[in-house]
Ligand binder design. Structure first.
Ligand code: DX5
Ligand code: ZN
Length: 239
C-alpha cells in the first residue's frame, strides 16, 4: 500500500455497532461502551415478526438508552408498513430511520412522513431485491442500505455477491454527486469491512463482531479500525 494510495482514498468511513448482538440486560452499558470506543452511529434493529420472522424490540427500548449516547441513533425498521407505527417511532428520538423498499406499499409517501418530522431517512434492500428497486429513490435519501445477509438475525455469513450492488450504488451516488451515505449490514468483520469499503460503502453496521461475548467492545472496535487503517481507509471524525 503506497502513501499516495492512502492519501487518495476518497471516503471517510463510519462504524455503526448493532445492539442486536448486545447483552439486553445491560443495554445502556453496551451503548456507552460503543460510544466510548468511537462508534459513529448506534444501529437499532426493529423487527416485527412479520416482515422478518424474528421479533426484537420496539421504540420504547430505543428511547430508554437515549441518555447513554448522543450519537446518531440509526434505526433499521424491519417492519411491514412502518407508517402504521409512525408516531411511536418518532417518539423514540431515533435520528435516522431506514425503511425497507419491500415493506412499504408507497415508498415516497413513507419517506416523506419521516422527513416531515425532520428525521433523516434511509432505504434498504434485501439480498433478493435488485438494486434497481432502490436507484430511483437515491436523490430523496440520506442513506442507502445494502443488506449483506438475509435480514432477521445477527451472526450470519456475509454474502459477497452483494458487493456488486454496493458498486452500482456508489457509482450512481458519485455520478450525481449526491449527499447519500452507503451502508452495509450483515456479516461485517475486519475482512468484509475492508471489502465493502473498497466496493464503495461508507457506513459499516457490525453486530456480533463488536458485541462478542467474552470480548470487550473497545478491543473489537480497535480490531475493525486497525484493519481499515491498514487498508489505507480513514474513519470520519466522531460528531
Ligand atoms: C440483521 C440486522 C443486522 C444485524 C447484523 O437483520 O439488520 O443489523 O444486527 O448482525 P451481524 O453483524 O452479527 O451480522
Ligand atoms: Zn440492521
Amino acid at each position: 500500500m503506497t502513501s499516495s494510495r492512502l492519501d487518495a482514498f476518497p471516503r471517510h468511513v463510519r462504524i455503526a455497532p448493532s445492539v442486536l448482538a448486545a447483552d439486553f440486560g445491560h443495554l445502556a452499558d453496551n451503548v456507552k461502551a460503543a460510544h466510548a470506543a468511537g462508534a459513529h452511529y448506534l444501529h437499532f434493529d426493529v423487527m416485527d415478526a412479520h416482515f422478518v420472522p424474528n421479533l426484537s424490540f420496539g421504540p420504547a427500548v430505543i428511547q430508554s438508552v437515549r441518555q447513554a449516547s448522543a450519537r446518531v441513533f440509526d434505526v433499521h425498521l424491519m417492519v411491514t408498513e412502518p407508517m402504521r407505527h409512525l408516531e411511536l417511532f418518532l417518539g423514540s428520538e431515533g435520528d435516522l430511520f431506514t425503511l425497507h423498499v419491500e415493506a412499504c406499499a408507497d415508498v415516497p409517501s413513507t419517506l416523506q412522513a419521516f422527513r416531515a418530522a425532520k428525521k433523516r431517512v434511509g432505504l434498504a434492500i434485501k439480498p433478493d431485491t435488485p438494486v434497481e428497486a432502490l436507484l430511483p429513490y437515491l436523490p430523496d435519501l440520506d442513506l442507502a442500505l445494502v443488506m449483506t445477509v438475509e435480514p432477521g438475525w445477527g451472526g450470519q455469513a456475509f454474502m459477497p455477491a452483494m458487493l456488486e450492488k454496493v458498486r452500482v450504488l456508489r457509482q450512481a451516488i458519485d455520478r450525481e454527486d449526491l449527499n447519500v451515505r452507503l451502508q452495509v449490514d450483515g456479516g461485517i468483520n475486519a475482512e468484509t469491512a475492508v471489502a465493502s469499503v473498497l466496493a464503495g460503502a461508507d457506513v459499516l453496521v457490525a453486530g456480533s463482531s463488536i458485541f462478542a461475548p467474552g470480548q470487550t467492545v473497545a478491543d473489537n472496535m480497535d480490531r475493525l479500525t486497525a484493519a481499515l487503517h491498514q487498508a489505507g481507509i480513514s474513519l470520519a471524525p466522531v460528531e
